[in-house]
Write a protein that binds this ligand. Structure first.
Ligand code: SF4
Ligand code: SF4
Length: 422
């Protein structure tokens, strides 16, 4: 694609990067064929190629974004399916992230939108505030039907697991032997502690000393994808400094993530800070040490085989941030099959379920359509449980099907001696 950035614009590293990305695009449109919003809406501007043109014009001409442009960019799920399909390796993720930051700076959203997005950025990454919000939501529950659509939709989300609360650290404080850090997450600390407990048991059974890292809480993806660039940047810097300290103090050999959305973000720290004189090395170390739990386990000695699980039929729902963001596709399936489960893949596995971080709250209509389609595939699969590697997908999809969900780590934990997770 031809671009016309001026020399002065290209002196800005962010625009220089956008220019390099744009120039790789040959406008073939292959990416449209796997874009969920293009398939659903059928408008060129709701597909990756159209959005790339919108972003090009926005950044090149330093335009104030119009409502129309913002609408089409907001409708993008950041599922990154287009990146898997693109034959020219166009890094759509970095382009749309730059566009979101630009929109947040230059476009004045209507007041309710601004407040709502601000509320999300100010609560979700903070476990204590999020717990308070959930408490208030529970109080509002009887009148939820009277609330505006987005609030109503947010209250409909159901936690996949809520049974236990983990204390601040894993019990294993021994400083000898090989060790990993398990990143506890922000929303997951509140709603998905069973996933963290199962992950700890599983890793310990594999011979690892596990340190649950409940601080820092959030990887920064929520603020980053909302276009809150300054907030996200502050959080990234703090995280890098804090996690490097944990790595060095505790002698950690890897940072394990069991929410694939967070994993995609953490693996991008090295790229985001590559030009930063003070943080480039540490950011690169954090990204290099980050492993999704399935990715990590598949490189270890195999988990024990449980012959009694053959009758348990599992459908695997591949989160976009896992398959497109981190290119982890076969490892979770192989681990589940090896452990003894009968595993099925779902049709149209590349398609997003509509969860996509805060997308299902901000774009409930499209998210519901995609969720229902995925849930229909789940219902037709005739399985006992759905495995996933990302809690927010599980929470979103639970609205549309009665088939239970469990994290891949919970199923592997069950197979190797842990409690049944569903
Ligand atoms: S598939 Fe890649 S090169 Fe083709 S239009 Fe999409 S982004 Fe551009
Ligand atoms: S990230 Fe997903 S929704 Fe956005 S343009 Fe790419 S395929 Fe479409």
């Amino acid at each position: 694609m031809r671009t016309e950035f001026t020399a002065a614009q290209l002196a800005d590293p962010a625009l220089d990067e956008a220019n390099s990305i744009l120039r790789k695009c040959v406008h073939c449109g292959f990416c449209n064929s796997t874009c969920p919003t293009f398939k659903l809406i059928g408008d060129e501007l709701d597909g990756p190629r159209g959005r790339i043109y919108l972003l090009k014009n926005l950044l090149e001409h330093d335009e104030t974004p119009s409502e129309k442009v913002v609408k089409h960019i907001d409708r993008c799920l950041s599922c990154l399916s287009c990146m898997t399909t693109c034959p020219s390796s166009v890094n759509y993720m970095h382009l749309v992230d730059a566009g979101r930051g630009y929109i947040e700076k230059k476009f004045k959203r209507p007041l309710p939108d601004r407040y709502f997005r601000h509320l999300l950025a100010m609560t979700l990454p903070h476990p204590d505030r999020f717990r308070l919000l959930l408490f208030l939501s529970a109080l509002l529950s009887p009148i939820r039907k009277l609330l505006p659509g987005r609030f109503h939709n947010a209250l409909e989300l159901r936690s996949p697991v809520t049974r236990t609360r983990i204390k601040s650290q894993a019990k294993n404080q021994d400083k000898t032997g090989k060790a990993v850090g398990l990143i506890a997450g922000c929303v997951q600390q509140v709603l998905g502690n069973d996933i963290n407990s199962a992950s700890i048991r599983l890793l310990e059974r594999q011979g690892w000393r596990v340190h649950l890292l409940s601080e820092p809480t959030c990887c920064g993806a929520i603020e980053h994808h909302l276009g809150k660039t300054a907030l996200a940047d502050k959080r990234f810097r703090q995280n890098i400094n804090d996690w490097i300290k944990h790595v060095d103090d505790l002698g950690l050999e890897a940072l394990i993530v069991n929410a694939s959305g967070c994993g995609t973000m953490l693996k991008d720290y090295g790229h985001l800070f590559r030009h930063d004189d003070t943080l480039a090395a540490d950011a690169g170390r954090i990204s290099g040490m980050c492993r999704d739990i399935a990715e990590f386990l598949s490189a270890q000695r195999p988990v024990a085989v449980n012959g009694g699980l053959k009758q348990v039929r599992v459908a695997y729902q591949s989160p976009c941030s896992m398959q497109h963001g981190q290119k982890i596709e076969t490892q979770p399936l192989d681990l589940l099959r090896h452990a003894g489960f009968t595993v099925k893949e779902l049709p149209e596995k590349y398609m997003c379920c509509g969860s996509a971080g805060t997308y299902n709250i901000l774009q409930p209509q499209i998210a519901t359509e995609l969720g229902k389609t995925k849930a229909a595939h789940i219902d037709q699969a005739n399985v006992d449980v759905v495995a996933s590697g990302n809690m927010s997908c599980m929470m979103h999809l639970r609205q549309f099907t009665d088939v239970p969900f469990a994290h891949t780590a919970e199923l592997l934990d069950w197979a190797t001696g842990g409690p049944k997770p569903f």
